[in-house]
Write a protein that binds this ligand. Structure first.
Ligand SMILES: Nc1ncnc2c1ncn2[C@@H]1O[C@H](COP(=O)(O)OP(=O)(O)OP(=O)(O)O)[C@@H](O)[C@H]1O
Length: 288
């Protein structure tokens, strides 16, 4: 559990403004549009940047000040949106090197991570020869070296292929049973059924924090899906369409509405992404 109070983090003209927030153990999806403050928050939580003014962050009751800062950092895993690795090192040596910087000298830890992140075959390969997806796996693996109690991830899925994305989400979801895990992502669909909590940052403020179930249930209106012709599609207000794809028979449309629909639409369970989309639409002037 991590608690934040009186955070007023100024970055140029931007301010991350959080009066009070308690992040529970579990997997929290951090959502918000570009520039909403997700990275600013993750860097603060990961102790990469210092808390400004009179703001405070407590990690399981302990503030990250003085000697405690070392303690918090030893229990913190951080995956930034990008990070430099050493091109001339092999995957094994890179992880070993990161481990040694963090005081981990046990080879079994490195071997376990190579296994967990499907990197064994790459262990003797130099970093400069790797694809961006494999490099991303190393970014995530290095954050796990200390078996951290707190894990902050900034767009962890960037560059990962579909199979490994699924596997990583399952891995994080499992880890989060006894840890505070916060992951920022713009790809909301794939976290459905794995996220325990949703934290929505809007222009530097917390617009929502609660369970994923609450996030979905508290959305006004319902979500429907159905197949329509070109003509029918033309009569559906653009602002209510969440997603559409065209097939040989017409268009499969996903939309939100507060009342019954006349056509052959059927009600579906909203996803985390639907709920985000609806909230954004309801606060946008385009919703008329
Ligand atoms: N070092 C800095 N100096 C000045 N402004 C900054 C600095 N770092 C961040 N900002 C500003 O703070 C705001 C929030 O940025 P942040 O990177 O936290 O957003 P984000 O939600 O992570 O965005 P994205 O989804 O694009 O990654 C932006 O307006 C950004 O320009």
């Amino acid at each position: 559990m991590i608690t934040l109070s009186q955070i007023q983090q100024q970055m140029g003209s931007f301010v991350l403004d959080i009066e009070s927030l308690t992040l529970h153990n579990g997997l929290t999806m951090l959502v918000g549009e570009n520039g909403a403050g997700k990275t600013t928050l993750l860097e603060l939580l990961a102790t990469v940047s210092e808390v400004q003014k009179k703001g405070e962050i407590h990690y399981e009751g302990k503030s990250a000040e003085g000697y405690n800062l070392l303690l918090v950092r030893s229990r913190m895993g951080y995956v930034p949106s990008s990070m430099e690795l050493y091109g001339s090192m092999t995957v094994y040596h890179q992880l070993r090197y990161f481990g040694e910087l963090k005081g981990i000298y046990d080879d079994a830890v490195i071997r376990k991570l190579l296994l967990e992140f499907d990197l064994e075959n790459y262990a003797p390969v130099k970093i400069r020869k790797l694809s961006s997806g494999i490099v991303r796996r190393i970014h995530i693996a290095q954050a796990m070296l200390t078996n951290p109690r707190f894990l902050m991830l900034d767009e962890p899925m960037n560059g990962l292929d579909a199979g490994f994305r699924r596997r990583t989400i399952a891995y994080l979801s499992h880890l989060a049973q006894h840890r505070t895990v916060v992951a920022a992502s713009h790809e909301l669909q794939e976290w459905d059924r794995s996220a325990d909590y949703v934290l929505w940052l809007d222009c530097g403020r917390v617009a929502f924090y609660g369970s994923a179930r609450e996030w979905i249930q508290s959305v006004p209106g319902e979500v429907y899906e159905g197949e329509v012709s070109d003509k029918e599609l033309a009569h559906i207000p653009e602002a209510s369409i969440i997603a559409r794809r065209t097939n040989s028979d017409g268009h499969v449309v996903r939309l939100f509405k507060s009342g019954q629909l006349n056509t052959s639409f059927y009600k579906v369970t909203p996803s985390i992404e639907d709920a985000y989309y609806i909230r954004k639409r309801l606060q946008s002037p385009r919703n008329d």
